[in-house]
Design a protein around this ligand. Structure first.
Ligand code: NAD
Length: 338
């Protein structure tokens, strides 16, 4: 690459990111570590910021996820399933930078009080949208390209942690958004069973979970030990006394019987977020599942609405990643049965 030739570097980066994105999102079979993908992504973003004319609508920086597979029935998301901007500074400073950007967008001055946030773990699995009508699970869909996902209801019904019927006073229409993942102990035990049976082993819990959800055979999906955390909602209607904050929303989802991760905190201002970031960085190894960072969200839903969205991500949330943990060495085998 020569610095004087950003146009051809952008073409090169786009081609690479398209290929890696396809392997990751569509085939559940990445060939490079996430850290490498993120580095190339940021390089392309920087070129596009410096040279806006080079930004094209099909650039990986403008899109979410990957194309849904034709083997699955398509599902149109009434509320798109978006990406989350990644804060580039992996130190606790990244939390302060996000707070500063929120305060700027909301035109808050130094005399104004700190913004309230919710800080959560960034689960390393697969995003899923669960549609409950009159409290009953009627459909489950992957994120796909954010607008069109894949109908994976039969596979999701095999996940014991996902309620088929909600408790309590759930609204008549509720789309729950969350992450399907595989615990580390379940992953290890599953790989041991595969080895003992002379079958293929899986590269990491994220790809094992994504492969299981996007199985064509629900009987096989049923043998894969999947778990779930809810972290938000999509389309909702008829919710009397709907919560006014994200923290209230998570509590309500928990009360409906959905698993919500206890490792979350309300935080005041950038300092509160930075403290959560540092605490979780120390906890990360001991967690029973993989995370690739933390997510900060503005708590008040009215402020979220005021902040709105950029093309592929909300302005009221950011992913604050930890330094890459995964080293993708040899890809022994991947379970891509689609
Ligand atoms: P993202 O980083 O934009 O984050 C959005 C996703 O975060 C959501 O869809 C959801 O699934 C997940 N999430 C987890 N916890 C959450 C929480 N508490 N609240 C809200 N959302 C939560 O996701 P993306 O665009 O799917 O993935 C981008 C990342 O995927 C890259 O940064 C890279 O690390 C990885 N990737 C790797 C390759 C590769 O070849 N290795 C290719 C493509 C993408």
């Amino acid at each position: 690459m020569t610095v004087s030739d950003p146009a051809s570097r952008a073409v090169e980066l786009r081609a690479l990111l398209h290929r890696y994105g396809h392997e990751y999102y569509v085939l559940d079979a990445p060939s490079v570590p996430d850290g490498e993908y993120d580095r190339l992504f940021r390089e392309l973003e920087a070129i596009e910021v410096a040279h806006p004319a080079l930004r094209s609508a099909d650039s990986p920086t403008q899109r979410v996820g990957g194309k849904p597979l034709p083997q699955f029935e398509p599902v149109q998301h009434a509320v798109p399933m978006l990406s989350i901007r990644t804060e580039t500074d992996v130190t606790a400073q990244g939390a302060l930078a996000f707070d500063a950007s929120v305060r700027k967008e909301l035109a808050l001055g130094e005399a104004d009080p700190p913004v309230d946030y919710v800080a959560e773990l960034k689960f390393d699995g697969l995003a899923i949208s669960l549609r409950y009508e009159s409290g009953v699970l009627v459909r489950a869909a992957t994120r796909g390209d954010g607008v069109t996902g894949e109908n994976v209801t039969q596979n999701i019904r095999t996940v014991g942690q996902i309620p088929l019927r909600l408790f309590g006073d759930a609204p008549p229409l509720l789309e729950v958004r969350g992450e399907v993942y595989m615990r580390r102990d379940d992953f290890d035990a599953m790989n041991e069973r595969q080895l003992a049976a002379g079958a293929k082993t899986f590269v990491n819990p994220r790809n094992a979970a994504a492969g299981a959800v996007r199985q064509l055979d629900p009987a096989i999906a049923a043998t894969r030990p999947l778990s779930f955390f809810a972290y938000g909602v999509g389309e909702v209607s008829g919710w009397h006394a709907a919560p006014e904050s994200h923290s209230g929303l998570l509590d309500a989802l928990g009360a409906f019987g959905l698993p919500v991760c206890a490792e979350r905190a309300r935080a005041q201002g950038g300092a509160g977020l930075a403290a959560f970031h540092d605490r979780v960085a120390g906890l990360r190894e001991a967690l029973p599942f993989d995370i690739d960072g933390v997510v900060y969200k503005v708590d008040a839903l009215a402020l979220q609405q005021e902040l709105g969205f950029r093309s592929r991500e909300p302005r009221w949330a950011v992913a604050h990643k930890f330094p890459a943990q995964e080293m993708l060495t040899t890809v022994e085998a991947i379970d891509v049965q689609v």
